[in-house]
Ligand binder design. Structure first.
Ligand code: NAD
Ligand code: DAU
Length: 335
């Protein structure tokens, strides 16, 4: 791996991955290819913008010619695909872009990998492809039963990619990560939304009774997991990425108001997400066997994340100053 194309690298996990790879591998060249949707922000790449081994291309993974041109121009040998519509609530209101990017866009990347003979396509997927699991943990060969249009589009994209491995033998690996948090996460997702609302003494909208459980992984651990699979993963295989740090949403909301010295009365229970998955949990022993373990426990990652949003108002305030949650008001009304 010498020339890496990171699709969706201007988003939350992609940008953190780019920071990590450039800091870790001095000889690696990294090109970010990103459409710059509402979630893609060049500010996320500011720490590496002047790096001699970094370049940025604006483009759409659904556009075959654009991806081919980017691959040819920089002699790309490896693609890591983070590009996606990623927010469940938006998918419930308007699934169109999810089917485009998360399914058709993955097909385009598979086609480019096949026709241009790339060394690797790594596809970043999610625990949501398995659907909810009230008790126990999913393993990689368990069936897919996704709930939301987002989860179904991610499952479909994976199935296209796996068909390209089986039919054409493209050099594919997949990771399925759990709920990830940390710096640069767009403040529509629960943790950054709750932190930035609490900083402004605004309500923290907890869906339903707040008893849904998520396993929460710090973003640098997610980035390292992808790097480990790029280097040591077996072609055609998927790897679960889990932190084993489960909490309910209500617990996280309570921790946030406590950490910021705000009253618990800021927590407001609102109308539940339709078909809200009660719990996700993954068994990551297959990835542990490659030598990966999470390094950041929830207490540490949580404290770092709260501190980052405290210090980076200049990053999030412009996002929140517009009507960025217009979609949200259509769907959720306070009880
Ligand atoms: P994000 O929404 O923050 O970023 C997505 C990025 O993709 C943005 O930069 C956006 O501009 C770009 N993009 C969207 N459509 C595109 C297109 N058609 N062409 C090119 N670029 C496009 O998402 P994230 O939270 O960083 O998630 C990254 C990936 O990881 C996604 O595939 C997501 O499904 C997966 N994932 C996320 C989590 C999580 O908790 N955030 C957990 C597991 C897996
Ligand atoms: O589990 C992996 C997935 O995690 C990724 O594949 C998705 O891209 C990512 O968005 C995330 O999905 P979730 O739906 O779990 O994340 P979100 O932050 O939207 O919600 C986390 C939990 O908090 C979920 O149970 C819904 C709840 N929630 C969310 C919001 C935005 C609330 O209670 N209130 C809120 O305002």
């Amino acid at each position: 791996m010498q020339n890496l194309l990171v699709t969706g690298g201007a988003g939350f996990i992609g940008a953190n991955f780019v920071h990590y790879m450039l800091a870790t591998y001095p000889d690696l060249r990294v090109v970010v290819f990103d459409k710059l949707t509402y979630a893609g922000r060049t500010e996320n790449l500011a720490p590496v913008a002047q790096h001699p081994n970094f370049a940025f291309v604006q483009g759409d993974i659904c556009n075959l010619a654009q991806v081919q041109a980017a691959v040819a121009q920089d002699q790309i040998d490896t693609i890591v695909n983070f590009a996606a519509e990623s927010h469940v609530d938006r998918s419930i209101l308007d699934p169109d872009a999810f089917v485009q990017t998360d399914v058709y866009g993955v097909y385009v990347l598979c086609e480019v990998t096949r026709t241009l003979g790339l060394q690797r396509l790594h596809h970043v997927s999610t625990d949501e492809v398995y659907g909810p699991i009230p008790t126990g943990k999913f393993r990689e060969d368990d069936r897919f039963l996704p709930t939301s249009p987002y989860a179904a589009s991610k499952a479909s994209g994976e199935l296209i990619a796996l068909s390209y491995f089986r039919t054409y033998g493209i050099p594919l690996t997949i990771t399925r990560g759990v709920n990830t948090y940390g710096p640069y996460q767009y403040p529509e997702k629960a943790i950054p939304l709750f932190i930035t609302n609490a900083l402004d003494d605004l309500p923290l909208p907890v869906y339903g009774d707040g008893q849904q459980v998520r396993d929460r992984l710090y973003v640098s651990d997610h980035a390292r997991a992808i790097d480990v699979v790029l280097r040591r993963g077996v072609l055609g295989e998927a790897y679960n990425v889990a932190a084993d740090m489960e909490q309910t949403n209500l617990t996280v909301a309570q921790m946030i108001v406590a950490a910021l010295g705000k009253p618990q009365s800021l927590i407001q229970f609102v109308k539940d997400r339709p078909a809200h998955d009660v719990r996700y949990a993954l068994d990551a022993s297959k990835l542990h066997a490659l030598g990966w373990q999470p390094q950041v426990d929830f207490a540490t990652g949580f404290a770092q994340t709260v501190q980052w949003y405290r210090e980076q108002e200049a990053w999030w305030r412009p996002i929140k100053s517009g009507d960025y949650l217009a979609y949200y008001r259509q769907q959720y009304v306070e009880r």
